[in-house]
Design a protein around this ligand. Structure first.
Ligand code: URA
Length: 193
């Protein structure tokens, strides 16, 4: 199978018309970051700022996300972040299941290019799409499961933290757990080299 490059995939995403979100978007928002990163963050869908800029997490949610990353000594360049749907759902509504379905091939391709060791779902929509349809984010965030050679976990979406700042410290704890999982993985890699 031919594997498209990141740039080719971005071209497809930029010009995609596979679902009605393409008719209302300003710019499609391809994921960004390091393609060598062992960690993939998946959120829900671009907000208004991202729709304007064509870059994921540039708005206030992005500031929260950056604070969480800084807390574990990481920057955007150390990770890769993307969304379930690449186009802004009008009025910031949840993306419909058919819209998520239409966009899945792009996410699958990003995952193929990246080959992450850890996938972190940011929020309920991503966790229910990637981990399990009946996933309960309030109860299960910060827990890990191992599937097809990848660790899967979730934490609150940064916009949920903006609505309820008391969720920040819980999410900080989840980020520390993620950081330790990354360390375990790096140690295991070093030992097998
Ligand atoms: N919210 C998301 O789910 N994704 C973004 O890129 C920005 C805000």
């Amino acid at each position: 199978m031919k594997l498209y490059t990141y740039e080719e995939l971005k071209e497809f995403v930029d010009h995609c018309t596979h679902c009605p979100l393409s008719q209302t978007r300003n710019r499609a928002v391809m994921g960004r970051g390091s393609l060598n990163s062992p960690i993939l963050f998946i959120a829900e869908g671009p907000g208004r700022n991202e729709d304007r800029d064509g870059i994921p997490f540039t708005g206030r949610s992005g500031e929260v996300f950056d604070r969480l990353l800084t807390g574990i000594g990481m920057k955007r360049e150390d990770i890769y972040i993307t969304n379930i749907v690449k186009c802004h759902p009008p009025g910031n509504r949840d993306p419909f299941p058919a819209e998520q379905e239409a966009c899945m091939p792009y996410l699958k391709y990003e995952t193929l290019l990246l080959r992450p060791k850890i996938i972190v779902c940011l929020g309920r929509i991503a966790a229910q799409r990637i981990i399990r349809p009946d996933y309960r984010i309030m109860r299960e965030h910060g827990t890990f499961l191992f599937r097809k050679n990848v660790w899967l976990t979730s934490c609150y979406h940064p916009s949920a933290i903006l609505r309820d700042p008391s969720k920040f410290s819980e999410t900080q704890n989840d980020f520390h757990t993620i950081y330790h999982k990354l360390q375990e993985y790096s140690v295991a890699e070093d030992c097998t080299e």
